[in-house]
Write a protein that binds this ligand. Structure first.
Ligand SMILES: NC(=O)c1ccc[n+]([C@@H]2O[C@H](COP(=O)([O-])OP(=O)(O)OC[C@H]3O[C@@H](n4cnc5c(N)ncnc54)[C@H](OP(=O)(O)O)[C@@H]3O)[C@@H](O)[C@H]2O)c1
Length: 316
């Protein structure tokens, strides 16, 4: 691995892939390769093999996936299972057959059992039942983790899986129908500020605890994994610190500059009381998140303000 290595970032226009691309560029990597799904449909095995034969990437980062919230997952179980299996299987198998030196597979904390002890350790994988609302997606991601582990075990290749916690940052999704909690709060407080600081209604009691990682920290962790040989196949990536949804709302409200009231709609579900990753395995290798939550939210709000005019036509 050097600055001229051919590095293919699958999903390079997505929130995660684009952050990894920017991080690699800023560190002087010059031979980055990225194709949109229109240019290369990763579900098409023949096309993926032809691309690998032609380009011969030396390093592959898999940040391509069909992603979505609870609603999309429960309404479209088959594509969430099958498209993700197809995308990752085609990439992992081509990377194996075309002798890619290093492969990083990105998944999510939903691979862990619903009732696993907190903080979630890598060792709790496959020790219990999954959260039913996103089990389709989780099953595909677990298969990806196991495929990388199998290649590592049998062929001693450097294939690693990273499971990030909740992410936020530039290129996040601010659509109130489909967004995650943090960008949804930014959008709600912003809209309410413009509506003469009208009250903001948020779901649940505000007591559940969640962890948030800035996508640039994940990008740094990914580049760290490219520049180091990690001894194991599966790592959690997060801050190791959680916060109540209520405290998060107060930070977002302060950053956005909304001075109205917050209404907690306790008729809406809270979800699981706590979801925190144990990130000690990656920390022991020398990586740690750097961006404090409030600073990360300020940066994300600035990005939202700079791009909000596009949100009717572009995904923010
Ligand atoms: N966002 C989070 O909070 C979060 C948290 C934990 C883990 N992750 C993980 O991070 C990874 C990336 O997520 P993200 O948030 O960056 O998603 P995203 O913004 O929706 O980006 C997904 C990318 O995948 C590409 N893609 C999807 N289907 C494809 C296909 N058939 N062929 C080629 N490319 C395809 C898309 O390309 P086009 O745009 O060209 O279609 C897009 O660039 C996922 O594995 C996800 O599980 C995300």
């Amino acid at each position: 691995m050097n600055h001229e290595s051919r590095i293919y970032i699958a999903g390079h226009k997505g929130m995660v892939g684009s952050a990894i691309w920017r991080e690699l560029e800023s560190k002087g990597y010059t031979h980055l390769v990225g194709l949109t799904s229109t240019q290369l449909d990763l579900k098409n095995q023949q096309a993926v093999n032809a691309f690998f034969e032609d380009v011969r990437p030396q390093v592959v980062i898999d940040a391509a996936a069909r992603v979505g919230g609870i609603l999309a997952n429960s309404e479209f179980p088959y594509p969430f299972l099958m498209e993700n299996l197809q995308i990752q299987n085609n990439l992992i198998d081509a990377a194996h057959r075309f002798d890619v030196h290093k492969f990083i597979f990105l998944g999510s904390s939903c691979i862990y059992p619903k009732l696993a002890p907190q903080p979630l350790q890598e060792a709790c994988l496959l020790t219990g039942s999954l959260e039913p609302t996103n089990e389709w997606y989780a099953i595909a991601k677990i298969a990806g983790v196991k495929a990388c582990e199998a290649i590592r075990k049998q062929y001693h290749k450097d294939f690693v899986s990273f499971m990030p916690t909740n992410l936020y940052g530039a290129h996040d999704n601010f659509d109130l129908e489909t967004s995650h909690v943090l960008p949804a709060m930014i959008r709600k407080f912003h809209d309410a500020k413009l509506a003469n600081h009208s009250p903001v209604t948020l779901w649940g009691s505000g007591t559940p605890m969640r962890e948030f990682l800035h996508v640039e920290d994940l990008a740094r962790a990914t580049v760290f994994a490219l520049e180091h040989t990690l001894p194991e196949s599966l790592y959690n990536v997060g801050t190791g610190v959680d916060i109540t949804i209520k405290a998060l709302a107060e930070i977002v409200q302060h950053v956005v500059g909304h001075s109205g009231s917050i209404i907690w709609d306790t008729s809406k579900p809270d979800g699981t009381p706590r979801k925190l990753m144990d990130v000690s395995k990656l920390q022991q290798q020398g990586w740690q998140a750097q961006i404090p939550l409030e600073a990360g939210i300020k940066q994300t709000y600035a990005w939202f303000l700079a791009h909000q005019a596009d949100y009717k036509t572009l995904r923010l």
